[in-house]
Design a binder for this molecule. Structure first.
Ligand code: GLA
Length: 359
């Protein structure tokens, strides 16, 4: 069982606004080894954690489990709620997705458990089941772990395809695979983990959601997806106007990014990355000094574009760079962090990879 982490190419803080996102799965992944037991309880251990979880699905109902086990065991609860009968399991998890790096370590963990569970139940992981698992993992994350996330991460890790980005439309639930062959274009997608840990369960993420909902309410729409820049300009409240401006402009950037990918216009894709970062930094205010430093340094060292990825407040940034500049960009970022008195950042491979699989 293998479930990847993800980076979002563009379309940030749009999922919970019925908007557009364009993530890719990355090579870093969580693996699960599963043994079916004759009798319960189920046991879950993780190479990244000291404690193990043991129980039946009902023991992982909302409010009954916390910490990392909420993400893992919460999936068993959500699967049972959805009517799946999962046999008792011994699950051993291990992950190369750094925790708290904005690369969806939690969705990767959830998906590894989900795929292990349905495979143990003898089910075939077809497209319909993948979509059902997205929902179960999302329920584990929002209802059991209490992180009010929007579904981007679980969709990315379960639905992505090797060599493709995933165009997700949260207004109608559709998902489309868009080829993205950075290597053939002589480019690399670099992922830099600032090692500033972000948590989606603290207030910043939830307050952005509330502000978007309030902006939509004042505009008289069900979600900001229905609003135009002209509508948003009528908002009196400066903060709500800037939040909504980000969301509405970001949806347009996702559409343009898909056109750029289809046209092989990598320079345009890079420009859109950078414009997205500025919008997240200035209007949505979810960047931080370390993310800005990665983006600025990458751009100064020859990146076509760079941006923070994921929820923000720390975590990771991505940069689209000519392959021959990749080492120089990584080194320049390292030097900038040393000069800034910061802990060394992590470097990961952003090559668009396959979604979760029962291998
Ligand atoms: C986090 C959440 C996602 C999404 C992004 C921002 O990764 O888990 O649902 O909202 O932030 O785009």
């Amino acid at each position: 069982m293998r479930a990847p982490g993800r980076v979002n190419l563009i379309g940030e803080h749009t999922d919970y606004n019925a908007g557009l996102c364009l993530p890719v799965a990355i090579p870093a992944a969580t693996t699960a080894r599963a043994t079916v037991l004759d009798q319960g309880p189920t046991r879950i251990a993780s190479a990244q954690q000291d404690d193990t979880w043991s129980g039946v699905a009902a023991d992982a109902a909302p409010g009954r489990v916390d910490g990392w086990a909420a993400y893992a065991a919460g999936v068993l609860w959500a699967l049972e709620q959805a009517g799946y009968v999962i046999p008792p399991l011994d699950l051993a998890l291990d992950s190369t997705v750094p925790l708290g790096a904005g690369l969806s370590s939690s969705a990767s963990l959830e998906a590894a458990v989900a795929v292990a569970a349905v495979t143990a139940a003898g089910l075939d992981l077809d497209d319909d089941l993948r979509r059902a698992l997205v929902e179960a993992c999302r329920r584990a994350e929002t209802e059991v772990a209490g992180a009010p996330t929007g579904g981007l991460d679980q969709s990315a890790v379960l639905l992505a395809r090797d060599g493709h980005a995933l165009l997700l439309d949260f207004a109608d639930g559709s998902a489309e695979h868009v080829p993205v062959d950075v290597g053939a274009a002589g480019l690399q997608l670099l992922v830099v983990d600032t090692r500033v840990s972000h948590a989606l369960t603290d207030g910043g993420y939830g307050s952005r959601r509330d502000q978007c909902e309030e902006a939509a309410r004042r505009l008289g729409v069900g979600s900001l997806r229905e609003s135009t820049p002209a509508d948003v300009a009528t908002l009196d409240d400066d903060l709500l106007r800037r939040r909504a401006t980000h969301v509405v402009s970001e949806n347009t950037r996702v559409e343009k990014a898909v056109h750029a990918l289809r046209a092989g216009d990598w320079a345009e894709l890079g420009r859109l990355f950078t414009a997205s970062h500025l919008s997240l930094r200035d209007d949505f205010e979810v960047s931080c000094a370390e993310l800005d430093l990665v983006v600025d340094t990458a751009l100064q060292t020859g990146a076509l574009g760079a941006r923070m990825t994921g929820g923000g407040f720390g975590g990771s940034a991505i940069a689209l760079v000519p392959a021959e500049r990749a080492d120089a960009v990584r080194r320049a970022v390292d030097v900038a962090f040393v000069r800034g008195g910061l802990a060394a950042p992590g470097h990961l491979d952003g090559t668009p990879s396959a979604g979760a699989a029962p291998v």
